[in-house]
Design a protein around this ligand. Structure first.
Ligand SMILES: [Zn+2]
Length: 338
């Protein structure tokens, strides 16, 4: 018999994301006997996706991950991300370079965010789950604090980049490919769920929140940061103003009309929707507030640093905070699993 695909999966209690039953681990796959489903391990990363991400099919994504890995052997993180965009036709050069910049700044931003999270005083200790890990910056920042970190993402092609970041930084992080709406973990696996910039891309944000709640231990908590549907600024992914005020079914057409590249795969929530979704998922002590600015966001303000300082002051005033919550560019949410 061959060795199990990835030995640690067993110790975390991975289960079939469809029926939540036990899986049989083989050298190159996990099998669910009950569902008769076979979850492949690609480039050493287990693929538990039930649905493809909206941009690319499952097999095309795996193939892109393989090509990227092959073309970036021994490359730096930046070179690897540049290679990624060179393999992605249809992205204007200027936009690709902004994406590269974003990935390279993400480490500092995530470290600052993790530093600011309240210490786990009195909270359960244990592994943290990063939902929508992307290029792994947040999961690596968590691991730096000596916490066991697991990063999941729907894109295998980004997980090979995330793993490269972890290797370069010497961070021990486990990466798994899966849907936020269908986590391959047993109930009560994690002490904390963190997520930055992911909820707005979920097919079903409420289902993703319900899954986050399910995998948390009692008194474990979720901390997340997401785009506000009703942001007072241009929508950050497409650079178009006022998208949130257009009915959702028309948003894609509106963004294309305003010169953007479409909006079918973005569904940011308003602060009210986010709070309601967290409560429906079963979280208690739910707080939704205007997000604090992090270093790269402050840097983007350029000469308008005063605006950033004013925002931070207003954010701390209870009454103003309530007003700002409606229109702040980014929201932070917190909830406790009962
Ligand atoms: Zn199953």
């Amino acid at each position: 018999m061959s060795a199990p695909a990835v030995a640690w999966h067993g110790s975390l209690g991975v289960v079939c994301p469809r029926c939540r039953g036990d899986l049989a681990a083989r050298a190159d796959a996990f099998d669910c006997g009950r569902c008769r489903v076979h979850y492949p391990v690609v480039l050493g990363i287990a693929d538990f996706r039930l649905e493809a991400d909206p941009w690319i099919g499952l097999e095309d994504d795996r193939e892109k991950a393989r090509r990227l890995e092959q073309r970036s052997r021994g490359a730096s993180l930046e070179a690897m991300v540049r290679t990624y965009w060179s393999m992605t036709p249809g992205t204007p050069a200027e936009q690709a370079s902004r994406f590269v910049h974003h990935v390279m700044n993400a480490g500092a931003r995530s470290r600052e965010w993790v530093e600011r999270l309240d210490p786990p005083n009195g909270r359960p200790s244990g592994a943290w789950l990063d939902v929508g890990t992307g290029t792994g910056d947040l999961a690596c920042a968590v691991a730096e604090h000596g916490v066991r970190a697991v990063g999941i993402d729907v894109a295998m092609r980004w997980l090979v980049v995330a793993r490269r970041r972890a290797e370069i930084e010497g961070a021990h992080v486990d990466f798994i490919c899966c849907n936020a709406e269908h986590l391959p973990f047993a109930d009560r696996t994690f002490a904390r769920v963190v997520s930055v910039g992911t909820l707005e891309h979920c097919r079903d944000a409420e289902q993703a929140l319900a899954e986050a709640k399910r995998v948390l231990v009692p008194r474990g908590d979720v901390k997340l940061r997401t785009v506000n549907r009703f942001t007072m600024l241009a929508e950050p992914h497409v650079g178009v103003w006022g998208v949130g005020f257009v009915p959702r079914r028309l948003a894609d057409r509106y963004v294309r009309w305003r010169g953007g590249q479409g909006y079918a795969h973005h569904r940011p929530l308003s602060s009210r929707e986010l709070r309601r979704g967290m409560r429906r998922a079963g979280f208690t002590a739910v707080h939704v507030e205007p997000a604090s600015l992090l270093a790269p966001e402050r840097a983007r303000l350029g000469t308008a640093q005063w605006a950033g300082r004013a925002y931070e002051r207003v954010r701390r005033l209870p009454l103003m905070s309530a007003m700002l919550r409606a229109s702040a560019p980014l929201l932070e949410a917190h909830g406790v699993a009962a």
